[in-house]
Design a protein around this ligand. Structure first.
Ligand code: ADP
Ligand code: MG
Length: 147
């Protein structure tokens, strides 16, 4: 299976939100999006746009303290994980991660690098990076998926 990669460059949060929205609009049930990038890089901004693209109107925030936030009012359910505080993969089993990734919705996981061994083979990886030479608000968003 071939890998396809798309690179987007943004110069502010609104643009990153729009990229997330565009990707959310075409997201399908069963897909798992792994968001990878440092603190403050824009993972949650991307997620807000993604949720908007799914037709979710309620406010989306980082669920750092709850690990999982479920939004069911969109076109398909959104399972929004933030696994920053996960220390053992077993903790993910406890919250039922397996059922969510095989479920009827789309999973989006902030800090997915921390649970790399649990990600499915066909995961869609979204890397968000800064490049300070290009300014404080510049972000490069690389989306990698199998086709
Ligand atoms: P993370 O979830 O990765 O920790 P957040 O999405 O919560 O990060 O925060 C990103 C911060 O960076 C926000 O304060 C946002 O306004 C700011 N920002 C500046 N430029 C951008 C950009 N191009 N894309 C996304 N966020 C940006
Ligand atoms: Mg976040």
């Amino acid at each position: 299976m071939a890998m396809i990669e798309k690179i987007y460059e943004t110069t502010g949060p609104e643009e990153t939100l729009q990229i997330g929205k565009q990707i959310g609009e075409s997201a399908a049930a069963g897909e798992v999006y792994a968001l990878i990038g440092d603190l403050g890089v824009g993972k949650t901004v991307f997620t807000k746009g993604f949720a908007e693209g799914l037709g979710i109107d309620e406010p989306v925030n980082s669920p750092t303290f709850t690990i999982l936030q479920i939004y069911e009012e969109g076109r398909i359910p959104l399972y929004h994980f933030d696994v920053y505080r996960i220390e053992e993969p077993e903790e993910m089993e406890e919250i039922g991660f397996d059922e969510y990734i095989e479920g009827d919705g789309v999973c989006l996981i902030e800090w997915a690098g921390r649970i790399e061994e649990l990600l499915p083979e066909d995961v869609i990886v979204v890397f968000i990076e800064k490049d300070l030479d290009k300014g404080l608000d510049y972000r490069r968003i690389t989306v990698r998926r199998l086709r």
